[in-house]
Design a protein around this ligand. Sequence first.
Ligand SMILES: NC(=O)c1ccc[n+]([C@@H]2O[C@H](COP(=O)([O-])OP(=O)(O)OC[C@H]3O[C@@H](n4cnc5c(N)ncnc54)[C@H](O)[C@@H]3O)[C@@H](O)[C@H]2O)c1
Length: 249
Amino acid sequence: MKLDGARAIVTGAGAGFGRALTLKLLSAGVKVAAVDMDETKLAELAAEAPDVSTFVCNVADNDQVEKTVADVFSAFNGLEILVNNAGIMKNAPLINLLQRPDRKHSLELWHQVVSVNQNSVFYMSRAVADKMVGARSKGVIVNISSISARGNIGQTAYSATKAAVEAMTKVWAKELGSFGIRAVAVAPGFIDTAGTAAAIEEKMLQRWVDQTPLRRTGRIDEIIATIMFAIENDFINGEVLSVNGGLVL
Ligand SMILES: NC(=O)c1ccc[n+]([C@@H]2O[C@H](COP(=O)([O-])OP(=O)(O)OC[C@H]3O[C@@H](n4cnc5c(N)ncnc54)[C@H](O)[C@@H]3O)[C@@H](O)[C@H]2O)c1
């Protein structure tokens, strides 16, 4: 795909991968709709990148997604790129012997993680794909998965949602391919971000690093390069691009 002049939505654009990707796309001449529920983070992004268009939206809420997608299409007059990046990393075992009185995995946490990591990808993609098909526009949907999709201890909800994201990617690659719309997933391993530091204890993270053949965590720019590759290469479809230093869970 030719990037200069293309139009994109990036969800979770206020921090981490989403923020870095937004800046990278802007520098390549892409018009970017930066979507996030955190208004302050979007304002900080706009202060650094005046060319960005910002949209406050909770992507776990279908009504907000429908409105935002309609607003972006009317502001940009079309769209070629959707990156479903917004997500939350929450950990809990299925049974926690130290948790009283109920040692079972919290239902509330389960629903929260499924809403943000899985439902949002479905809501955003169906709204955007509908408009792309209506406009007979070719494009690409990139979904951010995780190495945890393979089943990570202590992450029932997170792992399940990322496995679902990979499954949806494969379905949409087949369904939307005939419209010229590709679907690709990028599955990072353990990456040096604020999100990782907040979600994973240092000792636990060191254990993962020790098991990684490259003996380090990944860098944000290594993830961004992979997302850019997925966007630009017009013959990649239905793949999960793993970026994890060789770590196997
Ligand atoms: N950081 C890692 O090491 C790592 C590894 C594997 C996968 N991932 C995945 O990459 C993606 C981005 O991770 P990150 O570390 O950059 O996250 P982050 O926490 O740094 O940033 C996430 C952004 O998403 C926004 N967001 C969260 N919920 C939202 C919602 N409901 N609606 C709109 N915006 C919302 C937040 O406000 C924040 O700006 C996530 O899907 C995550 O699961 C991250």
